[in-house]
Design a protein around this ligand. Sequence first.
Ligand SMILES: [Zn+2]
Ligand SMILES: [Zn+2]
Length: 320
Amino acid sequence: MLWLGAHMSTSGGAFRALERAAEFGMDSCQIFTKNERQWNARPLEPAAIERFREEVERTGIPRRRLVAHDSYLINLASPDEAMWEKSRLAFREELDRCDQLGVPFLVTHPGAHMKRGEEAGIARVIEGINRIHDERPDGTTLTLLETTAGQGTTLGRTFEELAAIIDGVADKGRIGVCLDTCHVFVAGYDLRTPDAYEATMAAFDRIIGLDRLQAIHLNDAKRELGSRVDRHTHIGDGEIGLAAFGFLLNDPRLDGLPGVLETEKGDDGEDDRRNLATLRALVPAAEATATATAAPTTPATGATTTGATTTGAVVAVAAA
Ligand SMILES: [Zn+2]
Ligand SMILES: [Zn+2]
């Protein structure tokens, strides 16, 4: 099954996100490596990097399940030269920060073409990513293009648009995809019945390739199928509904991917705990245990935490 977690605040330091994720019984985690609403950020201090890496060891949440999300200001599809260059440099810096922290994935929205058309926007994104790859030959963090709701002129509403970007990227070993359940649903891909779910996943596999899928954003949608309005809501409270999340969690093709919540929450962790319990209750307990036991490449310290978290999941199922 998916390794469940949530987007966590880094207030007090990047390590704090992991600390809280472990405290709330999460098996994965997404962070911003800088303030997502500002262009500039101070470089990460060596001590902060060290502290984060120590926290990865301590919590036993393997690096493979850590995801970063880039700033909302970045637009690699921009037709404006200054904006595009600013975005490119900012994105490159975010990849650097991920490499420093040892976070293997950086999720980005492909950007908005600003009425220049999809083709022009896609070409800009490709150019930006290829330039960044050329400039960072030793970079290890993968760029994950996120499926989007397709609001305004944003790219990423169709699997074809993401496939076209990947097609133009020279070094395909450094690019992948993050599927957001809310975004694909409001973009028009249904997930609510076994047939609809299978058709959506088959389309993803045919057009992009399931081997490119590296992370899932688990959000229910406030708005209806095809509405193109991106409003996340708690699992089971929206238009997507519980059945769809059950299909995702029990889909062996998605085994081992991080699945993170991006739903509204308070500071006490209660919203995350509830959503995680809702999701875990959709997986038969025996299967959840089997998956956890068979987890590959888990360091010795991680094995203990994995076991403990699985126990937590079973308790959550029982309590739900
Ligand atoms: Zn998302
Ligand atoms: Zn969203």
